[in-house]
Design a protein around this ligand. Structure first.
Ligand SMILES: [Mn+2]
Length: 343
C-alpha cells in the first residue's frame, strides 16, 4: 500500500455491497470549487465511468477558468444555473458522493436543501475537521493533504488502481498540487511523494498541469492581485496579523472572475513575522472569509467561534452577513484571541 489512509471497519464491505446496485451516481463538491474539489471530483468521475456507471458531476456554482481544462468534466452541471436538470439527476441517483466538504451547508443553501431531502446513500470523502454525520460512509482523514489524495487511497483499497489512467491521474495530481501549495505544506508526507511517483508512471505530465493552473494569469487578475497587495494589505498586532479586504466595487474595477483571488491569503501569510492572515471578499449577499495561520495558531477554532465556519487548524473559512466595515472592526477587536492560543 502506498497511502496511509486505511478504510475503517466495514467500509470496504459497504462499497462492495453498494457498487453492483448503484447505477446512477451523482458527485458533488463545495461551493467555489477549487483545484482539490474539481480535481478529486473529476478523478472519481473517471474511475466510476470506467466501472460502467452513469455519473453526473454537479458543482454548486461556477468553475474557475483555470480548472476548465481538467479531464472528465464532460456533462458537468452548475447547480445555480441548471437547477432543474441537476435536481432530476439527484432524484434519479442511487448513490451520492460528497467530496472535499465536511458539512452539507458548504454546498450553498439551495443544493443543501435538495440534498437533505434525499434518502439515498451518501458517501463523504474529505479531509476537513469534524465532518457532519450525514453519510453512510464518512471516509474522512484530516491528515490527508487533499481530498484527491484520498481518492487515490480509496481506489487503492478497492483494488481499482487499474482505473487510474493518465486522465484520472492528472486530476489527482491537480488536487494534491493545489491543496498542498505545490508540495510544500506539512501535510505532504513521503506517501504523497510515492503516490505522485506512481502518477508519473501512469503518464501524468506535471509540467502541463502546473502551467494550466498557475501560468494562465490574465492581466486584469495580475492587476487585481497587485492592487490588493499594494493598497489593501494591512498589518495588526505588531505585524503578527495580516489582512486584505476587497469590496464588490473593487472586484468589478478589475473585472473579477471566480478564482482570481485564489492564493491571495497565502501571500499575506508569507510576509515575514505574520502568523495569521485573513482575506475578506465581498460577494452578492455575504462576505467570504479565508483564514490561514502558522504553527500552533488555530484559525479553525477562531472561524468556528466567531463566524460559524471551520476547516483545518492552519486553514479555515467562513461566510459573514455583516457589512465589510463592521466585519473588519469585529475582526480587529477579536483577533488577539487567536494569537493567544499560541503559547
Ligand atoms: Mn481540499
Amino acid at each position: 500500500m502506498i497511502t496511509d489512509f486505511q478504510f475503517r471497519e466495514g467500509e470496504k464491505e459497504y462499497f462492495q455491497r453498494i457498487f453492483p446496485q448503484a447505477q446512477r451516481i451523482v458527485v458533488t463538491t463545495h461551493k467555489s470549487p477549487d483545484g482539490d474539489a474539481a480535481g478529486s471530483a473529476t478523478a472519481l468521475v473517471g474511475i466510476l465511468r470506467a466501472l460502467g456507471k452513469q455519473v453526473t458531476l454537479i458543482f454548486p456554482d461556477t468553475l474557475p477558468d483555470f480548472l476548465k481544462w481538467l479531464p472528465n468534466l464532460d456533462g458537468y452541471m452548475i447547480y445555480e444555473w441548471e437547477t432543474t436538470k441537476a435536481d432530476i439527476a439527484i432524484d434519479e441517483a442511487d448513490l451520492i458522493f460528497s467530496l472535499d466538504y465536511n458539512r452539507l451547508h458548504r454546498v450553498g443553501s439551495a443544493l443543501e436543501q435538495k440534498l437533505r431531502s434525499k434518502t439515498t446513500d451518501f458517501v463523504l470523502i474529505d479531509h476537513h475537521e469534524e465532518p457532519e454525520a450525514f453519510a453512510c460512509v464518512t471516509y474522512s482523514h484530516t491528515r490527508a493533504c487533499s481530498t484527491a489524495e484520498l481518492i487515490y487511497a480509496w481506489a487503492e483499497q478497492m483494488d481499482w488502481l487499474q482505473w487510474i489512467d493518465e486522465a484520472v491521474g492528472t486530476s489527482i495530481y491537480c488536487g494534491i498540487m493545489t491543496d498542498s501549495g505545490s508540495f510544500r505544506f506539512a501535510s505532504v508526507t513521503a506517501s504523497v511523494h510515492r503516490l505522485v511517483a506512481d502518477l508519473k508512471d501512469r503518464g501524468v505530465n506535471h509540467v502541463a498541469i502546473h502551467q494550466a493552473v498557475y501560468d494562465s494569469n490574465l492581466l486584469d487578475r495580475m492587476r487585481l492581485v497587485g492592487y490588493a497587495i499594494s493598497e489593501k494589505l494591512h498589518l495588526l498586532q505588531d505585524g503578527k496579523v495580516a489582512f486584505i479586504s476587497l469590496t464588490q466595487e473593487e472586484l468589478l474595477r478589475f473585472k473579477y472572475r471566480p478564482g482570481d483571488t485564489e492564493g491571495l491569503v497565502n501571500q499575506a501569510l508569507s510576509v515575514e513575522g505574520v502568523q495569521l492572515a485573513a482575506f475578506f471578499r465581498e460577494g452578492n449577499n455575504e462576505i467570504k472569509i479565508s483564514l490561514r495561520s502558522r504553527g500552533t495558531v488555530d484559525v479553525n477554532q477562531f472561524a468556528a467561534k466567531h463566524f460559524g465556519g471551520g476547516g483545518h487548524k492552519n486553514a479555515a473559512g467562513a461566510n459573514s452577513h455583516m457589512l465589510m466595515e463592521q466585519l473588519l472592526e469585529y475582526f480587529e477587536a477579536h483577533i488577539s484571541e487567536a494569537l493567544s492560543s499560541n503559547p
